[in-house]
Write a protein that binds this ligand. Structure first.
Ligand code: TEU
Length: 583
C-alpha cells in the first residue's frame, strides 16, 4: 500500500450555515458570516470544513430539499460569496467539502415540476410514481402503494390528484425521491458534481446515500416493509431501501465518472443510516473505489429503542462494545469516521456527559478526548468545541425542526399527552444542534444583531467562544490540543486499536500502537494508553489499570474537581481523561 491518504490525519469541522454566523442581521446565518469567522477555525487547526447545504431551497428541511443544485439560496448569499469562502479557506490551507443531497430533490426542483406536470413528461421516470394498492381507490385510507413510512411521520407516499398516482418521499412530501434506476438521473448527478469540483470544492458528504437503491422487482413493483405498519419516526421498511441491491454499483459508477480522474485526492463520506460493519468495510474498501468513509449510526442509536423518541438509559459498556467492533472491523481495510455530534443529534455534553455546571467542562473535554483518540477521521460539529449544550425547551412553539414538530403533532393527534411528548422530543430534537453558535455574551450571542430564527441558548452568557479563547483550561483549548495531537502523532492517526476493560461500567480505556521506522531508520514502537472516567465519581486505577499509573503524560484532561492532571495519581477524578505514553 502507498502512503496513507491525507484525510487519515485530518479533522473535519461541520458548519450548519443557518446557525453559524449572520452577517446581515436578518437572523439567519449566511456565507459571509462564515467567511468572517474563519480565524476561529484556523485557530482550532481543523483541516476541512463540511458545509451543510447552501443550495437554492424552499427550506422545508433547512436546505436538505434542493430546488437548484447549481445555485446558492439567497438566504445564504450568492455564488460569488461561496467562491470567496472557498478561496478564503484555501488561503488558510483548509479544504471545503460540500453536502451532496441526491437521494431526493425538492418538489420545487424543475425536474420534479416537469415530472409532476404529466405522466408522459420525459422527466416522469426520474422519480418514483406508482398507482394505488391493487383493488383500492387512489386516496382511500391505506391505498398507498406500499406501507413505508416517511422519516418525518406519515406515509412515504403522497397522491398526485391530477394523475391518480402517488410519488415516493422517504422524508417530507417536499422531498421526492429520485429514481436512480434511470441512467439519466445518475448522469445528471455526475455532471452536477463535476461542476462543483471544477469550481474548486474538495469533496462531498453524501446525504443518506445508502438509500438511493430501492429493492424494486423485475415487474417494477415495490414491496411492503416488514415492520412498517404503525411505525413512527424511523421508517421500519429499511430492508426495502437501505443498502439496496444496486448501491455499490451506483457508488462505483459515480467514482469512475466524477472522482477517479481528478488530480487531487478528494474526500468523500457517505451518510448511511442502518449500515453494518460489514457494509462499511465494503463501501470504504480502497480496492472497490466507492467512498473514503461512512457515517454509521450504531453508537447514536444506543440510547433509544427503535424510535429515537423512545429513550432508554445510556450504557457505557454498550458504547464500548459498539466502537470496539467498528475499530476492529475496519482495522485492515476501510476507514472509520468518528462523531458525537452533527446537525441531527442532540448535544453530546447533555447526552452522555453532564451539563450541570460542576461537570460540564470536564465531561465535554473527557468525551472529546475519547472521540479524537480513536482510529478514524474525527468530525467536530459547530459549538461542540466550546461544549455547547441542549436547549431548555419549554414549549412546542420554540421548536423549528420538521422532524420534531411533525412527530409532536402526530403523537398528540393519536391522543398522547402533549407535555409528555414535549419532554421526550426536547431530549432528542435536532433543534438542540441548531441553536446559534455562541460567539460571545451579547444578547444575540455574536451570532446576529437581529432576531435569531431559533432561540439562542440562555447559557451563552457564560458558555461562548470569547470567554474560552484565552483560557488554556477551556473546552476550546482542549479541542485545539486534540487536533494538534492527530497532526503530530502518527500513532494517533494510524495506530492499531485495542479496547481494554470492556466490562467496566465507568472507565473507557484503550491502547493505540504503531510500529514503524524512526528518523534514524531504527525500528520503533509508539504506544499510547487512553483512559477516561466517564462518570461523576472518582475511580482508583491502581488495581484496574496499573500500567497507566505513572506513565508519561501526553495529554491530560482535568477532572471536575481539580484543574491539573497528575499522571502518578492512581485516582482518576470525576470525568478526568489521560492520554499516556507506554512505549
Ligand atoms: O439525515 C438522515 C437521516 O436518516 C435522518 O432521518 C436522521 O437519521 C434523523 O434526522 C435523525 O433524527 C439526513 C440529514 O442529515 C438530515 O438533516 C436530513 O433531514 C435528511 O437526511 C434528509 O435529507
Amino acid at each position: 500500500p502507498g502512503p496513507a491518504p491525507w484525510w487519515t490525519s485530518a479533522v473535519v469541522y461541520q458548519v450548519y450555515p443557518r446557525s453559524f454566523a449572520d452577517s446581515d442581521g436578518d437572523g439567519v446565518g449566511d456565507l459571509r458570516g462564515i467567511t468572517s469567522r474563519l480565524d476561529h477555525l484556523a485557530d482550532l487547526g481543523v483541516d476541512v470544513v463540511w458545509l451543510s447545504p447552501v443550495y437554492a431551497s424552499p427550506q422545508d428541511d433547512n436546505g436538505y430539499d434542493i430546488s437548484d443544485y447549481r445555485a446558492v439560496d439567497p438566504t445564504f448569499g450568492t455564488l460569488e460569496d461561496l467562491d470567496e469562502l472557498t478561496a478564503a479557506l484555501h488561503a488558510r490551507g483548509m479544504r471545503l467539502v460540500m453536502d451532496l443531497v441526491v437521494n431526493h430533490t425538492s418538489d420545487e426542483h424543475a425536474w420534479f415540476v416537469d415530472a409532476k406536470g404529466s405522466p408522459t413528461n420525459e422527466k416522469r421516470d426520474w422519480y418514483w410514481w406508482r398507482g394505488p394498492r391493487e383493488g383500492m381507490a387512489a386516496g382511500a385510507p391505506g391505498a398507498e402503494p406500499t406501507n413505508w413510512r416517511s422519516h418525518f411521520s406519515g406515509p412515504a407516499w403522497t397522491l398526485d390528484e391530477a394523475s391518480g398516482e402517488y410519488y415516493l418521499h422517504l422524508f417530507s412530501p417536499k422531498q421526492p425521491d429520485l429514481n436512480w434506476e434511470n441512467p439519466e438521473v445518475r448522469a445528471a448527478v455526475h455532471a452536477m458534481m463535476r461542476w462543483w469540483l471544477d469550481r474548486g470544492v474538495d469533496g462531498f458528504r453524501m446525504d443518506v446515500i445508502n438509500m438511493i437503491s430501492k429493492d424494486v422487482a423485475a415487474d417494477g413493483s415495490l414491496a411492503d416493509g416488514r415492520d412498517a405498519d404503525g411505525a413512527t419516526g424511523l421508517a421500519g421498511a429499511g430492508e426495502q431501501y437501505l443498502c439496496g441491491p444496486r448501491v455499490h454499483e451506483y457508488l462505483a459508477e459515480m467514482h469512475a465518472a466524477v472522482l477517479a480522474d481528478r488530480p487531487e485526492k478528494l474526500l468523500t463520506v457517505g451518510e448511511m443510516p442502518g449500515v453494518t460493519v460489514a457494509d462499511a468495510r465494503a463501501f470504504t474498501d480502497p480496492g472497490r473505489t466507492e467512498v473514503d468513509m461512512v457515517f454509521q449510526f450504531e453508537h447514536v442509536d444506543l440510547d433509544h429503542d427503535g424510535s429515537k423518541w423512545l429513550p432508554r438509559p445510556f450504557d457505557l459498556r454498550a458504547l464500548k462494545a459498539s466502537f470496539g467492533r467498528w475499530q476492529a472491523g475496519l482495522a485492515d481495510r476501510g476507514w472509520n469516521s468518528l462523531y458525537w455530534n452533527n446537525h441531527d443529534q442532540p448535544r453530546i455534553v447533555s447526552r452522555w456527559g453532564d451539563d450541570a455546571p460542576e461537570h460540564r467542562a470536564a465531561s465535554a473535554r473527557c468525551l472529546a478526548t475519547l472521540l479524537h483518540l480513536h482510529r478514524g477521521t474525527p468530525y467536530v460539529y459547530q459549538g461542540e468545541e466550546i461544549g455547547m449544550a441542549n436547549f431548555p425547551w419549554s414549549s412546542a412553539e420554540q421548536l423549528r425542526d420538521i422532524e420534531s414538530t411533525n412527530h409532536l403533532r402526530e403523537e398528540v393527534a393519536q391522543g398522547a399527552d402533549p407535555e409528555d411528548v414535549l419532554r421526550r422530543v426536547a431530549v432528542s430534537s435536532r433543534d438542540n444542534a441548531r441553536t446559534p453558535v455562541q460567539w460571545d455574551a451579547s444578547p444575540g450571542a455574536g451570532f446576529t444583531t437581529g432576531e435569531p430564527w431559533i432561540a439562542v441558548n440562555p447559557d451563552h452568557e457564560r458558555w461562548n467562544v470569547a470567554a474560552q479563547a484565552g483560557d488554556p483550561g477551556s473546552v476550546l483549548a482542549h479541542h485545539r490540543r486534540l487536533v494538534a495531537l492527530r497532526h503530530d502523532w502518527p500513532v494517533v492517526a494510524l495506530g492499531d486499536f485495542t479496547m481494554l476493560l470492556p466490562d467496566h461500567e465507568q472507565v473507557y480505556a484503550f491502547t493505540r500502537r504503531l510500529e514503524g521506522a524512526g528518523a534514524d531508520g531504527e525500528r520503533r514502537v509508539d504506544e499510547l494508553v487512553v483512559v477516561a472516567n466517564v462518570g461523576g465519581s472518582a475511580v482508583d486505577l491502581a488495581d484496574l489499570l496499573p500500567e497507566a499509573v505513572g506513565a508519561e503524560l501526553v495529554l491530560g484532561s482535568p477532572g471536575s474537581d481539580r484543574d491539573d492532571v497528575d499522571a502518578g495519581d492512581p485516582v482518576l477524578r470525576p470525568w478526568e481523561a489521560r492520554v499516556l505514553r507506554t512505549g
